[in-house]
Design a protein around this ligand. Sequence first.
Ligand code: NAD
Ligand code: TDX
Length: 334
Amino acid sequence: MRLLVTGGCGFIGSNFICYWLKKYHGDKVLNLDKLTYAGHLSSTIDFDENKNYSFVKGDICYPEIVAKCMKNVDIVVHFAAESHVDRSITDPTIFSRTNVLGTQVLLDAALRVKVKRFHHVSTDEVFGDLPLNSKHKFREDTLYNPHSPYAASKAASDHLVRAYHYTFGLPVTITNGANNYGPCQDPEKFMPRAITNLIENTPIKLYGKGDNIRNWLYVEDYCSAIDLVITKGKIGETYLVGGSSKELTNYDVARLIVGFFGLDKKYIKFVKDRSGHDRKYAIDSTKLKTLGWQPKYDFDKWLSKTIDWYKKNTWWWRPLKAKAENLYRKTGQI
Ligand code: NAD
Ligand code: TDX
């Protein structure tokens, strides 16, 4: 098989290419990535010499580049996006451009060459949020109700993907995943920001009261879910992907992280809340589990391994840290 992976220099995309090349030896993977502030060639060093891997620097919004990359492609796995909620609050325009227009350019090109599958990587944030004390979980039939410009742009892209299936018969699948964590996540996101702060002897910054609840999914569990949906999922269907963590507030996660560092709650500082901060995400993955998927990675164990990865790989995140903290200097969440 020949895969076109978009956004393969980002967090989940780079982990996915690594996963796929290890598992499917004969397959060829072309990675199309613009190398925005969130794309790092340093995230591809584990596979960039693999003879089945190639890289094109380019923007998914440019039809000519996309058309070239789409030649002879069997499967598209579409990760490329602007992915950070806080940035979508300070600068929403690029989110509409990349996440909506970029997805449409890819869909058009995929239709022209008649790909066997277009897999769209999306998020649970399209469903909005739940009250903190809610017992409900998001399911595939939950109504879309995105809150942030990021979530709204991802919701629009999901709708476009389904529209290309219904109107033109493009063979699509979609996964809406929970908060991922693991190696090579940019230090602007909560977990790597917290870990790298502590390595630099600076407190974790918690928004608001720290009582927001997230469901945490180890990145390799998201990769295996995408793999399963591509190989066994039903065309035209959506699958929700939740992680192995129990319901944890951001404060619970921060306490666990300071604990792994042998520190105490003095290393947790409360800062200004995010505007429109979603309270709670919770996912019911029953539909995906009927295909045979289970999250393999235990939260406490893989949180600890993730911390070890950031401790050992300071060369990877140190060059990115100042830019991430500059964002928070602007938003006042420092
Ligand atoms: P990321 O921000 O780490 O990486 C995004 C990648 O896309 C970068 O390599 C960037 O250079 C590339 N990119 C951005 N704009 C581009 C453009 N116009 N053309 C080509 N490449 C471009 O993102 P991530 O956290 O790896 O997320 C990947 C996908 O998974 C996104 O679609 C995101 O919405 C979705 N998702 C993320 C999470 C999460 O917790 N991180 C959870 C669920 C779903
Ligand atoms: O320093 C911080 N302090 C803090 O309390 C940061 C960066 C975040 N937070 C909070 C906000 C959220 O409640 O932690 C939680 C997680 O924040 P992010 O890492 O920014 O993730 P979130 O906003 O939940 O969105 C993520 O999950 C879904 C990804 O960034 C999205 O790309 C994905 O679609």
